[in-house]
Design a protein around this ligand. Structure first.
Ligand SMILES: Cc1ncc(C[n+]2csc(CCOP(=O)(O)OP(=O)(O)O)c2C)c(N)n1
Ligand SMILES: [Mg+2]
Length: 819
């Protein structure tokens, strides 16, 4: 809602029609003699070589998957192989004109695209650059096996190095691009501009826009290509990624000097099939994927369909589209038509398509057709073509055998903790670039900074509790941490819904609009998948990003992006690419069933995510500071119940300067000796109230420990406390079934068995929908529930009568009823 754009009723009610421009379909009509003015003979021969190399690579995989042998060489490949036989020209055409700084993202079927992009990069990089990449990449681990005895040129060594990295990655070898942690469907090699290929259909559709965003914001050269399948156009995240890429603000509201629309091509590798479902004529109604562009923006995404069975129309299209992107008029949509002659995977019986259809496309084979084109036009003699093919095929076969050799290309050892070590980089980066961070004002003059200056940072003022309006609160703590990092890291951006003029959905960002230019803080569409996906893409490119989901309940809308993308790419890169994303997620209350759930347990369950949940101003600022200096993805939960709370635990008050709190260190908020109450989230305050009552009414001294995080988690403080008290109750606002507290209780039982007087007791919200605000006391844990649970299950409280049912029979009853 930028105030600069006034929506005029008169204009909005004016009668008009929306015009669509024709969308070109296979408009390319250049003859080979015409094309010879664009290409050298060597160019065309290189295209031929690349086509043959990809075909050979995929054929080898097909043969060993289906027969276990190729040219007498036997190998058993256990993993997947989604081959792209038939799509080689589309891949080579896509990659031919791309520069190393142009980045591609792909799908489960991207071997061909990876190879084509690598071959293209090798031709464009200087020898010295290639040597530097090969020597420095994983300290030469991929280079050593191919360098041995190699006599040729640097590019020929680079070719071997690159094909070796690809085969090794597919075969799960230490010598793979990413130590085999990516594998066939997730292979990538960033130094040649090859970014993650995604086994989640359409996964790259929401991630690649973040990479394009990074290029714009940080003024980096190059374009981004999202290679995605035709069936992926049925995926919500792909549409969201397109919507995110096509926002008007890039051209209307951002500094012109940044370059305008995002430099991204959504390149549909259209082979007319999903696995067996057929978007054309069956599962979708588009008929032409290019049609999508017409609904997206007035430029219709400059969409067109091109013939991907011939590399030349594809190269032609990419050259023309680059000019559009360079002029700031992106995004672009290409509908690149090809056909997957191979099955979806080697086990595919092709039961969903006719033999005749496959035969027709085989007859039109892109490689044979290109060969005929070159020969018919006397571009190169047949022996030159055959020699080039034979020579590149023999390199591919030779390198394949090297990658199969367990001595030269070992797997990580069985007892290795390497995968565990790759889950988090645990790094510290003050700023991801050395340029001056862009700010719109001297921060001392910022209205929010000035307002905070007048607030009370201590629990007491003149011996009395601080009134809410005067208290430095949780929001202020988060704001200060964000502002600090914005002022020192020029790459840092924040985006999400209502992030700018609104002040952030819950006013955490109030004041940032005045401080930051549009491109560092902006509103996104209501596209949770694209918000998280773009954050992942931005971070993969090397920038720090804070993305926001307005309510935890909306995590479902970004499920894949949180659970499969944000969490996994760092490890799948063997910790080579950090993931400095803080995903702020507000946990609601008072808004009923779909706006009030605490889903810490969900993200805690997913490997690869750090999960913070501070509920005091001191903790919020310190933990946000730590999240923003790190290199790992952090899910940062914030409770709407406590945004307004002032500091109640740190008597010296929340420091004005910078400090950090490690994520994973529980904090003792109240000391005691009789019982330990462990909390996560706003249940801390429930426990504090209960502890006061236990003390005053029963003389029971409770120690209250706030976990402050779900993962990682240090058990030392907890075990120490249980050792002292022998009793433990665990409370959080998450529904009880499957809550994090059960995991903590189970671990404490293991760690403290000899100290415990009885089993730990877990209290959570009821296993219900969250009812209306007026009924929330029935749902969220109350102090009385804690007292009753202690009384029923741990330590009878003299003279106490329970007002709620918390005994073990109730555990049985609820479980039996499933509620
Ligand atoms: C989200 C998701 N749904 C389903 C699958 C299973 N699956 C793998 S590939 C595929 C078909 C994808 O078709 P398309 O996007 O056209 O790519 P193509 O396989 O044709 O290259 C399906 C359904 C998946 N990997 N991810
Ligand atoms: Mg397809």
């Amino acid at each position: 809602m930028p105030k600069s754009i006034i929506i005029e009723p008169k204009r909005m009610f004016a009668s008009e029609t929306i015009e669509f421009a024709p969308i070109p379909v296979n408009a390319y009509s250049k003859s080979v003699p015409e094309e010879l003015e664009e290409y050298s003979r060597e160019d065309l021969l290189n295209i031929w070589r690349d086509l043959c190399a990809i075909r050979e690579f995929e054929t080898i995989l097909n043969e060993i998957k289906t027969k276990g042998v190729y040219k007498g060489f036997t190998y058993n490949h256990a993993g997947p192989a989604h081959l792209s036989i038939g799509q080689e020209a589309a891949a080579v055409g896509m990659a031919f004109s791309l520069a190393p700084e142009d980045h591609i993202f792909g799908s489960h079927r991207s071997h061909g695209e990876i190879l084509a992009k690598g071959f293209s990069a090798i031709r464009k990089l200087e020898d010295a650059e290639l040597v530097e990449i090969m020597r420095s990449y994983r300290d030469g681990a991929l280079l050593a096996p191919v360098e041995r005895g190699h006599q040729g040129t640097v590019p020929s060594l680079a070719l071997r190095f690159f094909i070796y990295g690809a085969f090794s990655e597919i075969f799960a070898r230490e010598t793979g691009f990413n130590r085999g942690l990516g594998g066939s469907m997730h292979a990538f090699f960033a130094p040649f501009g090859i970014y993650p290929n995604n086994a989640i259909v359409g996964g790259s559709g929401s991630i690649a826009p973040g990479a394009a965003l990074f290029k714009r914001v940080n003024r980096k050269r190059g374009i981004v290509v999202a290679n995605i399948g035709d069936a992926s156009f049925g995926c919500g995240p792909v549409w969201e990624g397109i919507t995110f890429s096509a926002m008007d603000q890039y051209r209307c509201l951002w500094d012109r000097e940044l370059g305008g629309g995002l430099p991204i091509v959504f390149n549909c590798m259209n082979n007319f099939y999903g696995m067996g479902g057929q978007p054309f004529g069956e599962t979708m109604g588009l008929q032409y994927v290019a049609r999508v562009g017409a609904g997206v923006n007035p430029d219709q995404m400059h969409a067109e369909r091109v013939n991907g069975y011939d590399p030349l129309p594809v190269i032609d299209a990419f050259r023309r589209k680059r000019e559009i992107l360079d002029a700031g008029r992106g995004p672009v949509l290409l509908d690149t038509v090809a056909y997957r002659i191979s099955g979806h995977s080697p086990s595919d019986a092709s039961s969903y398509r006719s033999k005749e259809e496959i035969e027709r496309w085989r007859e039109a084979d892109p490689i044979a057709s290109f060969r005929a084109k070159l020969l018919d036009n006397h571009v190169v003699p047949v022996c030159t073509l055959d020699d080039a093919r034979d020579s590149v095929e023999s390199v591919v076969f030779e390198i394949f055998q090297l990658a199969c050799d367990l001595q030269a290309s070992p797997r990580i050892s069985a007892d290795s903790e390497m995968v565990g070590e790759a889950m988090f980089s645990n790094g510290r980066v003050e700023a991801f670039d050395t340029t001056q961070p862009e700010l719109l004002q001297d921060l001392a003059e910022n209205p929010r900074v000035q307002q905070i200056r007048g607030k009370v940072r201590t629990p007491l003022l003149d011996g009395k509790p601080v009134p809410k309006v005067k208290a430095y609160n949780v929001r202020d703590g988060i704001f200060e941490a964000l502002l600090h990092r914005f002022s020192i890291d020029p790459t840092m951006v924040a985006f999400g819904e209502e992030n700018r003029d609104w002040g952030g959905a819950f006013a955490v960002y109030r004041g940032l609009t005045e401080a930051l230019p549009y491109h560092r803080l902006f509103n996104s569409p209501i596209s949770e998948a694209a918000i998280v996906g773009a954050a992942v893409g931005y971070a993969l490119e090397g920038g720090r990003v804070v993305a926001e989901l307005m309510y935890a309940d909306f995590m479902g809308r970004a499920g894949d992006e949180i659970f499969n993308q944000l969490s996994k790419w760092q490890a799948m890169s063997a910790a080579q690419l950090p993931m400095p994303v803080v995903l702020r997620i507000s946990v609601g209350s008072k808004y009923g069933a779909q706006h009030s759930q605490d889903w810490a347990a969900l993200v805690h369950h997913i490997p690869g995510l750090k999960v913070a949940y501070p509920v005091t101003p001191y903790d919020a600022k310190g933990m946000m500071n730590r999240a923003l200096s790190g290199t790992d993805p952090v899910i940062f939960f914030e409770s709407q119940k406590v945004y307004d709370y002032g500091e109640m635990f740190i008597s010296e008050g929340v420091p004005e300067g910078y400090y950090e709190i490690e994520i994973g260190e529980p904090s003792v908020k109240r000391t005691g000796s009789d019982v330990t109450i462990v909390t996560l989230g706003p249940a801390l305050y429930t426990a504090i109230t209960a502890a006061a009552e236990l003390e005053s009414r029963f003389g029971v001294s409770a120690e209250v420990i706030d976990l402050r995080a779900a993962n990682p988690l240090h058990y030392g403080v907890l075990a120490e406390s249980v050792h002292k008290t022998g009793k433990v109750v665990l409370v959080s606002d998450a529904v009880e079934r499957g809550s994090l507290m059960h995991t903590v209780a189970s671990n404490l039982t293991q760690l403290c068995f000899d100290d415990l007087d009885g089993p730990p007791a877990v209290i959570g919200s009821r296993n219900w929908i969250t009812p209306a605000a007026e009924l929330e006391a029935l749902f969220f844990p109350q102090p009385s529930w804690i007292l009753d649970t202690i009384h029923e299950r741990i330590l009878p409280l003299k003279g106490h009568t329970s007002s709620t049912r918390q005994g073990t029979s109730e555990i049985v009853r609820r479980a039996q009823a499933g509620v």
